[in-house]
Design a protein around this ligand. Structure first.
Ligand code: HEM
Length: 155
């Protein structure tokens, strides 16, 4: 068992307030579910990220036959202030202007990434599943294919 898995298990055991006896027994369904739900707090590996990403339904535009608006990175770069703040996460474009003040991590850190690609910053911070789920609300389109950055999962 890797050190990271041990950390996740012990954190989940503490969260579920299980006794040491249960700790030695079979990992319960509840524990497995908790680990799956909250492992994002501890930072995800590249392959775990791609699992989470494929689950996310960000940017589905059901009313327009999936014709999602596209923006170049140049266009995104123009929206870098509190009046209009866009960022790119995973080649999707997010208008986070109305979220700036309520972002739990503060407005300044959002503005630092305004107009830029915030993929690494967003994932490296280890945002919760709730944060991932919020993304869909702010998605306004995609980066034009020519400007895509594709993460390599192989080492
Ligand atoms: C659309 C983009 C974003 C959304 C929806 C979002 C959402 C959230 C949410 C819901 C939290 C509360 C904790 C959690 O649930 O994980 C949080 C905390 C935080 N976020 Fe973001 N975030 C976004 C972008 C960013 C970016 C680009 C950064 C840059 C590093 C960032 C840094 C942080 C930090 C430092 C916290 C601090 C509190 C903590 O340590 O948990 N966030 N964010």
């Amino acid at each position: 068992m890797s050190a990271k898995t041990k950390r996740i298990i012990s954190w989940a055991l503490a969260t579920l307030q299980l006794s040491p006896n249960e700790e030695n027994g079979e990992v319960s369904d509840a524990l497995t579910a908790t680990v799956a739900r909250d492992s994002s707090y501890l930072g995800l590996t590249a392959s775990e990220r791609s699992d989470v990403r494929s689950e996310l339904s960000a940017c589905k535009d059901e009313n327009s036959e999936n014709k999602i608006p596209t923006f170049s990175r140049r266009e995104v770069a123009d929206h870098c202030c509190s009046q209009s703040c866009w960022m790119v996460i995973d080649n999707k474009v997010y208008d986070v202007t109305r979220f700036l003040r309520s972002h739990p991590g503060g407005e300044d850190i959002m503005l630092e990434h305004g107009g830029h690609d915030a993929t690494s910053a967003f994932f490296d911070k280890g945002h919760s599943r709730d944060a991932f789920n919020m993304l869909a609300e702010y998605c306004i389109g995609e980066v034009t294919k020519a400007d895509w950055i594709v993460e390599k999962n192989c080492t």
